[in-house]
Write a protein that binds this ligand. Structure first.
Ligand code: BGC
Length: 745
């Protein structure tokens, strides 16, 4: 007791202690430059800790450095919503009850909005959902170019044009990262079909690579400042793209100065030495096909785990590459998991539903509207609307591969139409056709029972009988998210609509003049009945608010303003990848490799159609409105442009109709005389303008030499050849309203 008192007395008499600040290691000090923190952390790590950091420890996480308090890194799919939690090392969902998300529209829809502000809204919204769920890396967005309408994964990408995809991916990336979550731009690169995705070796010339397939990735890296990028499954120059020396070392990290981490696609790494040398930084999902096989993985046996450790320990390989990989992963962690001011995010907020609905509203494309059948007129008395088709009911957020979601709610087209019709119309339903009645992905089920045992004739007869009594017939069909539709790991069998839908549509067209076809898909489909159907709407996969977004447009609460981000060809043979006989490639003798030569070169999408003069079903950039826009004269502030200068090209656009609307004004450039082949024209600018009835706005595009140039593969540089150029301004690639000719000096 005496002793205690003595100590207490001494303490009271002592000089008051100055609080000694706890020594914070430099790597934990956010006020220091990130590179200093990275070097500090790296200098403290053991070889084993470094190795542990560059490969998975579970399906979706890597280990961090527990001893140093450097946290784990958690990834999630992406790109349309936050994937439900799966077991530690199995694909099946873990059965959480609080991991339902908002599904945002698929990226094709986002691209169809032609509105970078909407891409920013998408990025911040999904970033907040990822943040709330404690994720550090969002596996998306995808910007592989739409080369063939058969690609099962086109719905996850942003269309066929490198300029459009570039303008749309940058704000998405910035938005996600603003919320403290890294975007992981995928699948870098040349992963333009799903069939043979692990064995296809793409062959293409450098001009095509640089002009068509790289720009969106480059923009995401250099302008969006993406913190991570995902390698693709397939091969280029006989090396898998997850350890491809040219694509990762030379172009991405060399030419573009990418300082983030290259993440493998799940199961995309195949070789330790190549992964060490060729720029792979963070290995995930080995021994799986990314979707199903290999439910249990021995993480220590990953290519960048023990095999790498042993090579370093035995002195067979040095540590330069290892340190570079660790630096990149540390940077990624400091920017995300260890960013102290990143906020908490939010999940399933009404703001996120509103964002999803707005993205859908802006991306829906009115393809055809003869006789102004749309919007549905409800002013002159109560109407009878017949809805036909499986896709009016089917939940589309479950399925499709790794982008499959577990949503808190999903409004079907039928429910959206019923809600909008309340008080003004009676809605009836007929099935029309039976397509795919399943609804399960990795243990997430839709809970819908879509079974119907009736045959095609019976279903059509029912629909036709009901259609005869209706004021409007709305057929909702298209594709879905099951294999060989719009789905990962398989391609479509053809351009045609599946399940006999053409026959249903033909029968409905004969029964009722006010037929509206709503096509749900991420891909172009053939429409042999196009002339018989007065109104056609391209409605993509629209996520949680699908039905509301569609009903907004059908009932005219929203004036459609989307434009196609890809060409709809009449027939498959009209597409360059198919016309040239290139797709799906040729199997190499005595090997699994399928060589796929991109024979159409730079003539992808509308570049092919325009240059070869092949009329599409619906052109790139096409999309109608409920109002009319008139374009004034296209003018410019100069007729000549200096080699380092620019010119401004302007056009006044007026809303001459009676409702407010938005028009996407598009600028295409042509180089009619050039020493190399140039496409007929190429998109180099666009702006979405919102106009009230009678209102005029002048849209101005600043054109710089880079918009005039082609990639000279021999010189390995962009070249703009002096001479005359044509600027074409229009409402679609096949609807040019005016041109202006100018000279590059
Ligand atoms: C897909 C990726 C996805 C990954 C993780 C792979 O099958 O190709 O896009 O991010 O799985 O689910």
């Amino acid at each position: 007791m005496k002793q205690i008192l003595a100590i207490a007395l001494a303490a009271m008499l002592a000089v008051p202690a100055v609080a000694v600040p706890k020594q914070r290691p430099a790597y934990r000090d956010e006020s220091r430059p990130i590179e200093e923190r990275v070097e500090d952390a790296l200098s403290r790590m053991t070889l084993q800790e470094k190795i542990n950091m560059i490969h998975a420890q579970s399906k979706f996480s890597s280990a961090g450095v527990p001893r140093l308090g450097i946290p784990e890194l958690w990834c999630t799919d992406g790109p349309h919503g936050i994937r439900p939690e799966v077991f530690w090392d199995e694909w099946d969902q873990a059965g959480w009850t609080n991991d339902s998300c908002v599904a945002f529209p698929a990226l094709t829809c986002l691209a169809a909005s032609w509105n970078p502000d909407v891409a920013m809204l998408y990025g911040t919204s999904i970033g907040e959902e990822a943040r709330f769920r404690g994720k550090d890396v969002l596996l998306g967005p995808g910007v592989n170019i739409y080369r063939t309408p058969l690609n099962g994964r086109n719905f996850e990408y942003m269309g066929e044009d490198p300029y459009l995809a570039s303008r749309m991916v940058v704000p998405y990336v910035q938005g996600v990262q603003d919320r403290g979550v890294a975007a992981c731009v995928k699948h870098y690169a040349l992963n333009n079909n799903e069939i043979n995705r692990h064995t296809t070796n793409v062959i293409l010339d450098d001009r095509t690579l640089y002009e068509i397939y790289l720009p969106a990735f480059k923009a995401a890296v250099q302008e969006g400042k993406a913190w991570s990028i995902m390698g693709a499954y397939n091969l280029y120059r006989d090396e898998h793209l997850c350890h491809n020396s040219r694509m990762l070392n030379d172009i991405l990290k060399g030419e573009w100065g990418f300082d983030g981490a290259v993440v493998s696609d799940w199961g995309g790494v195949h070789d330790t030495r190549q992964a060490i040398a060729n720029g792979m930084d963070l290995e995930f999902g080995s021994w799986t096909n990314g979707l199903s096989e290999g439910t249990r993985n021995a993480y220590d046996n990953y290519y960048l785990a023990k095999p790498y450790f042993d090579l370093v320990a035995s002195g067979e390989v040095g540590t330069d590459e290892l340190d570079d990989k660790v630096r990149r992963v540390l940077r990624l962690i400091f920017r995300t998991a260890m960013a102290y001011d990143k906020g908490d995010g939010s999940m399933c907020s009404e703001e996120h539903y509103a964002a999803a609905r707005r993205i859908g509203n802006e991306g829906i494309v009115l393809l055809r509207n003869e006789g102004d059948v749309l919007p549905i007129k409800t002013d002159a008395g109560r109407k009878r609307i017949l809805v036909v088709g499986e896709n009016a009911l089917k939940m589309m957020t479950v399925g499709g591969g790794s982008s499959s979601l577990k949503v808190q709610r999903e409004i079907s087209p039928y429910d959206g139409i019923c809600a909008a019709a309340k008080g003004v119309a009676d809605v009836d339903f007929a099935r029309g056709y039976v397509g795919d009645v399943t609804g399960e992905y990795n243990g997430v089920t839709t809970g819908q029972n879509l079974a119907d045992s009736r045959g095609a004739e019976e279903l059509i007869a029912e629909a036709v009988a009901k259609a005869k009594d209706a004021d409007y017939v709305v057929f909702v069909g298209g594709l879905n998210k099951s294999a060989h539709q719009d789905c990962e790991d398989s391609d479509r069998a053809g351009l045609e609509l599946p399940y006999g839908q053409d026959a249903v549509i033909e029968a409905l067209a004969a029964a009722n003049p006010n037929l509206v076809v709503v096509n749900i898909s991420g891909n172009a489909v053939a429409m042999p009945w196009v002339k018989k159907v007065p109104a056609i709407v391209q409605a993509w996969f629209l996520g949680s608010e699908a039905g509301n977004s569609i009903a907004d447009v059908l009932f005219g609460r929203v004036n459609p303003s989307g434009k196609l981000p890809m060409t709809f060809p009449v027939a498959l043979a009209d597409n360059g990848a198919h016309a040239t006989g290139s797709y799906p490639g040729v199997k190499r003798d005595g090997s699994d490799i399928v060589d796929l030569e991109y024979k159409e070169g730079i003539l992808v999408g509308y570049r092919w159609h325009d240059t070869k003069k092949i009329k599409p079903l619906f052109a790139f950039g096409h999309g109608l409105s409920y109002t009319d826009f008139s374009y004034g004269k296209v003018s410019a502030d100069a007729t000549e442009m200096a080699a380092d200068g620019s010119i401004n090209i302007s056009v006044p656009v007026t809303n001459t109709g009676s409702v407010a609307g938005a028009e996407v004004v598009q600028l295409y450039i042509s180089d009619p005389k050039c020493s190399v082949m140039r496409p007929a024209k190429e998109l180099k600018g666009f702006e979405k303008v919102y106009l009230n009835p009678g209102q005029t706005k002048t849209v101005t595009f600043t054109v710089k030499p880079d918009a005039l140039s082609y990639f000279d593969a021999e010189k390995h540089e962009w070249v703009a050849e002096p001479g005359q150029f044509v600027a074409s301004v229009g409402a679609a690639s096949d609807d040019i309203k005016g041109t202006f000719k100018f000279k590059l000096k």
